[in-house]
Design a protein around this ligand. Structure first.
Ligand code: PMP
Length: 358
């Protein structure tokens, strides 16, 4: 393989070498079909088998049974920002949103097209450098509470989410399957695939069947969770190669085991945060260790010259994707499941060398 760069991009993000190889093989020929995965019919038995295996694997990894539907939808994360209120809110209804970052705020803005929004906590005033305090009380009239478990741009993450009295909906785009979690706590989970679960455009949705009975009846089939579940996510021409890549990721996650992945993620994050906290040139964006993300590590340099010099040094050492989001500046190192510990060690060593030579 020709992958000589260490890829810390936030998404599309690094994939495991074995998954890239398996996907490449399937592009040349899918199993013994005589055609490529890129040509595989979405209504044939092979794709049906891909859908069924991937659904079963998601349930197994989440420890969920028949009370949940697993859907593979198109339109990435943002289409879910729309589908959720479209399906579960009418203009008279109110939904709660925790405003913990850019994506959480955007989900909330989309919600406002369909109903009333109640902000249940926000850290916007300090540029999302911490998690908002968990609401003391959640009003029973809320149709749902929407949270973002990991805030990709700022590097904050909920380690624990309590059980609540209204349906809980979570955007897990940037931390799904990165740690052990009680998935049964959630009524709807969604994740854009391009971080821990494959390639862009695909979204995984896990929804409690009970919630499907509450769908407003003005929602057209393509945007309707119930209709998508009824058609087994093959309502229109499905993203065959995208879903297949997600299946390869799921097999890889199962083989490693989420507990092992979590242990490795903890080690990777600790290495990086220690390097930042012990440095005189870099400062962590999120100060409270309990709020820090184990997926996206954000930090700044003491000045622009240092920032540019370190970016240049990284580029010279084949390290890519560490520039912070345009809204925060500085650095963001995304260390999703597929990023190896050795890659983090290489970066940390470079940070130390840079510090010594500066
Ligand atoms: N939610 C989160 C947490 C994200 O990080 C992102 C994208 N980085 C999105 C949603 C939006 O995903 P998409 O670009 O697939 O619409």
């Amino acid at each position: 393989m020709n992958q000589e760069k260490i890829n810390f991009n936030a998404g599309p993000a690094a994939l495991p070498a074995i998954v890239i190889k398996q996907a490449a093989d399937a592009v040349l020929q899918y199993k013994n079909t005589g055609i490529s995965i890129l040509e595989l019919p979405h209504r044939g038995p092979e794709f049906l088998a891909i859908i069924e295996e991937s659904k079963a694997l998601v349930k197994e990894l989440c420890n969920l049974g028949n009370d949940h539907e697993v859907l593979w939808l198109q339109g990435g994360g943002r289409l879910q920002f729309s589908m959720i209120p479209m399906n579960f809110l009418t203009p008279q209804d109110t939904a709660g949103y925790i405003d913990s970052g850019h994506w959480a705020a955007e989900a909330m803005e989309y919600g406002a097209y369909y109903g009333h929004i109640q902000v249940m906590g926000s850290s916007r005033a300090t540029h999302y450098d911490h998690l908002p305090e968990w609401p003391q009380e959640i009003p029973n009239h809320l149709k749902y509470l929407h949270i973002t478990t990991n805030n990709t741009i700022y590097g904050t993450q909920y380690a624990h989410v309590p059980k609540i009295n209204v349906p809980l909906i979570a955007d897990m785009s940037s931390d799904i399957f990165s740690c052990t979690r009680d998935y049964s706590n959630y009524d709807l989970i969604y994740a854009a695939a391009q971080k821990n679960l494959g390639t862009p455009g695909v979204a995984l949705v896990i929804v409690k069947k009970e919630l499907l009975s509450r769908i407003a009846n003005h929602v057209p089939p393509m945007l309707n969770y119930k209709a998508q579940a009824h058609e087994n996510s093959i309502l229109n021409t499905a993203n065959v190669s995208g879903v297949y890549t997600s299946l390869l990721m799921l097999r890889w996650i199962k083989e490693k085991g989420i507990a092992n992945i979590e242990a490795e993620n903890n080690r990777k994050a600790e290495l990086l945060y220690n390097a930042i906290d012990n440095s005189s040139l870099f400062t962590g964006y999120v100060k409270n260790p309990a709020h820090r993300s184990k997926m996206n590590v954000c930090f700044t340099a003491v000045n622009k010259e240092i920032e540019q010099a370190f970016l240049k040094l990284c580029a010279e050492n084949n390290i890519i994707g560490i520039q912070g989001h345009r809204s925060t500046g500085g650095f963001r190192v995304s260390i999703y499941n597929a990023v190896e510990e050795a890659s983090v060690i290489t970066l940390v060593e470079l940070m130390k060398k840079f510090e010594t030579n500066s």
